[in-house]
Write a protein that binds this ligand. Structure first.
Ligand code: NCD
Length: 326
């Protein structure tokens, strides 16, 4: 049930490539799939006979599992490959690995890689559709889409909302995809991080659209005051091993940039609290807020399956292209 509109993309590489209408098309189809996820029998035949490969070079719990479930619930066969069990440990390049997988004729390859741009390279060499499940510090489009669905469900709209994105923006592909998606859908953003975790120019990544709708702040209070949505980000210390630390200590970070029972009160009374996971409890987010009534973190995970079903449905029904160089 892909709807009347033909989705105009062969791959999902980033939010940067999507128009607002493309985003809305995915969100609307995901609405439909969320309902299906609540039925006792969840399986459809939309992608029966199709093959989806999950190629994950970085660790993942939510994203990998939800892509696998999404593929299976659409009736496709899903195969998972991780670096510890693949020949990349024997020195094979990403492109060789991907070309060999492509020779087995999958319809969709979903890739997570620590290098920004890896899915884009694959999309130029493979016959099948390529989906970016997170590339380095660049984009994580399906996370931004599931976040948008979660917000829309709670607030009825995205346009005109005040959304605070707080935390390690420097390393966050989630933040970059959300800046692009949420400003494209008309939200106003407050991006908040210590100076050491704020990438220069992040407000410009969507051009005029993101520049005019984004405010950079380096203190928690102005980011939170009057916010409709508070999205917290994990401090990604694994990406800075061997470098000088970006903040004095986890305790100090929690005190100045952490969301807790006191600071959350600065947001609107009906504000929702989001986090892409995994949560560093007690660092960016206090446990009582993570488990409290405003948190929608597990709901985001449920939307993850629905959004990924929508993406696979829109991309996976098209026949694969002829072999490159064949
Ligand atoms: C995020 C990621 O991998 O980019 N997690 C996710 O996909 N849900 C965020 C993170 O690792 O902090």
């Amino acid at each position: 049930m892909a709807g009347a509109r033909t989705f105009p993309h062969r791959h999902l590489l980033g939010i940067a490539e999507l128009e607002a209408a493309d985003i809305v098309q995915i969100l609307d189809l995901a609405d439909h799939h969320l309902v299906l996820g609540q039925e006792p029998i969840k399986k459809l035949a939309t992608l029966r006979g199709r093959t989806v490969i999950n190629l994950f070079f970085e660790s993942s719990t939510r994203t990998r599992t939800s892509f696998e479930l999404a593929a299976k619930r659409l009736g496709a066969d899903a195969v998972n490959i991780s670096p510890s069990t693949s020949s990349t440990t024997k020195g094979e390049t990403l492109l060789d690995t991907a070309r060999n997988l492509d020779a087995m004729a999958p319809d969709v390859v979903i890739v997570r890689h620590d290098k920004g741009g890896a899915p884009h390279v694959l999309s130029r060499h493979l016959r099948c559709a390529v989906v970016n499940a997170g590339d380095g510090q660049h984009e994580h489009p399906t996370q931004a889409l599931l976040d948008a669905n979660t917000i829309r469900r709670h607030k009825g709209r995205i346009e005109g909302l005040e959304i605070a994105i707080i935390g390690d923006l420097a390393h966050s592909r989630v933040a970059r995809s959300n800046v692009l998606a949420l400003t494209r859908l008309g939200a106003r953003l407050r991006l908040c991080a210590p100076r050491t975790l704020m990438p220069r120019g992040i407000e410009d990544i969507g051009g005029e659209e993101s520049r005019t709708r984004t405010r950079i702040v380096h203190q928690l209070e102005p980011a939170l005051e009057g916010a409709d949505v508070v999205m917290m980000l994990r401090t990604q210390t694994e990406r800075t091993t061997g470098e000088a630390p970006r903040f004095p200590s986890s305790r100090e970070y929690a005190r100045t940039f952490g969301l807790n029972a006191r600071t959350v009160e600065l947001a609107k009374p009906d504000a929702i609290v989001m986090h892409p996971g995994p949560v560093n409890r007690g660092v960016e987010l206090a446990a009582d807020v993570a488990d409290g009534p405003r948190a929608v973190i597990l709901e985001q995970v449920s939307w993850g399956v629905a959004v990924r079903m929508a993406v696979l449905e829109l991309l996976g029904v098209a026949p694969a292209e002829p072999a490159v160089g064949a």
